[in-house]
Design a protein. Sequence first.
Length: 346
Amino acid sequence: MFPPHEMGKAFGMFGPVMTISSVGGPVLAGWLVDADFFGTGWRMIFLINLPLGLAAVLAALRYLPEYRSAGATRLDLPGVGLVSVAAFLLVFPLIQGRELGWPAWTFVSMAASIAVFALFGRYEARRAASGRDPLVTPSLFRKRAFTGGLVAGLAFFSGMIGFSLVFSLYTQLGLGFSPLEAGLAALPQALGGVVGFGIAMSGLQEKLGRGLLQIGTVVMAAGAATLALTIHLAGTDVGTLQLAPGLALAGIGMGLTMAPFFDIVLAGVEPHESGSASGTLTGVQQLGGAFGTALLGTLFFNMLAGQWSFSAAMQVTVWVEVGLLALTFALSYLLPRHARPEQQTA
């Protein structure tokens, strides 16, 4: 939909929407749970997708232009099936393993996911070599910048989304907040994200490029460390106002990191690969969210089962997120220094 010189603007708007949604979702969900419409309780958090989905369909029909390619591609259904099975084999045992006592099949499943991911890669390479349309263009994985960006994105989104879940559990189970209060407690992070994006889009994204992403991860880690220190000092008496500074600082760092992320990673691929690359990045974002939710959630509940206090378990979880941010920072050196000139925001 966008010419090359407008790509930066398009991705620049994508980031704030994701940030606001990631924290606005729990606020909306908390309100819906507390309101208990029609006696549905927590189920309304799923039913709300019906009017939202309908609105999205109507908006798409009204605003999205119709596009038909002269050489229409065919959907790679076997590839979709393979990558879906591989993701399921990895994420499902991480979610269920702790509750079931980590039976042998959970480890077999995670090992099998590696084999299925490898099979997926081999299938995609053969499909591309035969002239058919692959789900993911194999040549992307021969580019160090793109593969580094995928791993960096996996680490970043795992920490960010996994932390959001654990923070919600901590405030409700550990501090006794209602679902709505828990959602509102995380609001400073969303507001900080908007501020971070505003700072990035003021011209720093074009000037600093990859450096802005690195600054963002450092600021976000500093915010997480501030949050951990606050919880350590205040214990179970910590309140929303005390949590706000660390969350806001982490949100600013999140905005600074995400603003240039997609542009920088996509700068390492060829123009004809950009469609497959952007789709793969979005898929990794979703996989990272699922993986982070399972990993950090499992860690948090394992510590509680080991008689750790809620405060101690939350602090360890925060430091794990800091570790994932440090990994993101290190991997960022594999990325291009700047987006392509035609992709940068005018």
